[in-house]
Design a protein around this ligand. Sequence first.
Ligand SMILES: Cc1cc2nc3c(=O)[nH]c(=O)nc-3n(C[C@H](O)[C@H](O)[C@H](O)COP(=O)(O)OP(=O)(O)OC[C@H]3O[C@@H](n4cnc5c(N)ncnc54)[C@H](O)[C@@H]3O)c2cc1C
Length: 449
Amino acid sequence: MRYEADVIVLEKEQDVCHGISKANTGIIYSGYNNSFGSEKQKLCVQANEDFDRLCNELEVPFRRPGSLMIGYGPKADSVIARKYSDGLKGGVKGLRMLSGEEAEAMEPALAKGITSALYSSETGTVDPWDLCIAAYENARNNGARFMFGQQVTSIRREKGGFTVETDKEIFFAASVVNAAGLSSDTVRELTEQPRVRLFPSSADYIVLDRQAGAAVEHIILHEGEDGKGLTLVQTVDGNLLIGPTNRDSSAEEASACDMRTDRMGLESLEELCAEIVPDIDLAQKIRSFGSLRPNPYYVKTECGRAVREDRSIKDIQIMEERGLFSLIGIKTPGLTFSNELGRIVADKAAAYAGRTMLNADFDPCRKAIIRARDLSLEERAAVIEKDPDYGEVLCSCMDVTLSEVKQAVKRGAYDFESVKRRTGAGFGKCQGSRCRRRIMDIIKSEDRQ
Ligand SMILES: Cc1cc2nc3c(=O)[nH]c(=O)nc-3n(C[C@H](O)[C@H](O)[C@H](O)COP(=O)(O)OP(=O)(O)OC[C@H]3O[C@@H](n4cnc5c(N)ncnc54)[C@H](O)[C@@H]3O)c2cc1C
């Protein structure tokens, strides 16, 4: 929307942030995790530096607790040393190699015997829902039209652009950005020959209640000797996120883009967690969720069939094909550099469509719903004075008030899940069993924008 352009977003679900963007670790990486010289590293370093500004403009809570990458043996030590070197060469700020003793002193809950550690002061964390919903509201406020429940089923090249057909309507566009996540390869092939396909692998996560959130202070990235690692993140809401596993998905799971969890995966996660953080209270588990990694591979066509080549694609690739811009296989750290990548692809799509005039009315800021739980008692009293609905707590686990739920519905939340994502109601220990009915009644009675 920074350009004078008519932008329509076609989304098959009823809300934003239903794909991979809803199910990830929420880490804002500093750039040491990517190979030196890669596009990923360049974008990540740039994005990390710009993240405070982005979150201030969009009023998205963002913390920089810093991260500790830890290892317990020679294989991990060499990986950590390589990441340090890649980070330094790539201009990543705030990196420091630590001895095992130094790392153990910084994080006393970790199992003893750490052989090396890499500290990164600039690593941070956001709630991916907060970020996506804020970006959506900002784009909408600046004039983008969001069409929900519209699955793209056909793309045809026409003179001067494309006809894009969904299961409900037909649209004409001068240029098209294909950001369909796990289906981006299929969407591209609606009009192009197969070149790249996604072969997803699954991930499992466990979330612990806020009581266990402070078990570790920094983001912990454990590099396992056998290739299996563990990540621990205290979320912006104070819960502890544990994960992800990495397991091959069945063809059925992957083709349905099904983000189910797996019992063995969750058990192995708990075992690894108990090994790395021995005193962790896993009884504080409140939920688990699954995700899918969109691993991109080149394919060649043999006897009319697309066959996977050995080469996977490690770096970012924007496939540019006469006005069609496909973002295929955007893996970690795609959340970190989403704004940078969006900017690059928007420049290309606007240029192709001949809409290079900047939108003088563009407003980069978005107002968030004020969260009662973030306020001091005095601030809370002042807010209640102006809006008495802030005085009624609906979700006592997460301290969410009637006013916040009403505002979420006004902004477009249409069911319990979408209210939950916008306010946090239902994310606590009881998982919504106490507030669900009341929230459903409000959804029925409030008007939407
Ligand atoms: C396990 C895991 C952990 C990760 N952790 C991190 C992290 O800590 N930090 C980080 O920076 N990055 C992380 N990432 C990467 C990041 O989450 C992704 O790069 C990013 O979310 C990808 O966003 P996307 O828009 O490409 O895809 P998505 O978020 O999946 O969006 C695609 C959208 O397209 C819609 N769609 C699909 N097909 C159609 C169709 N035919 N018509 C209309 N709409 C359609 C979908 O419904 C969906 O809403 C992680 C990824 C994974 C898998």
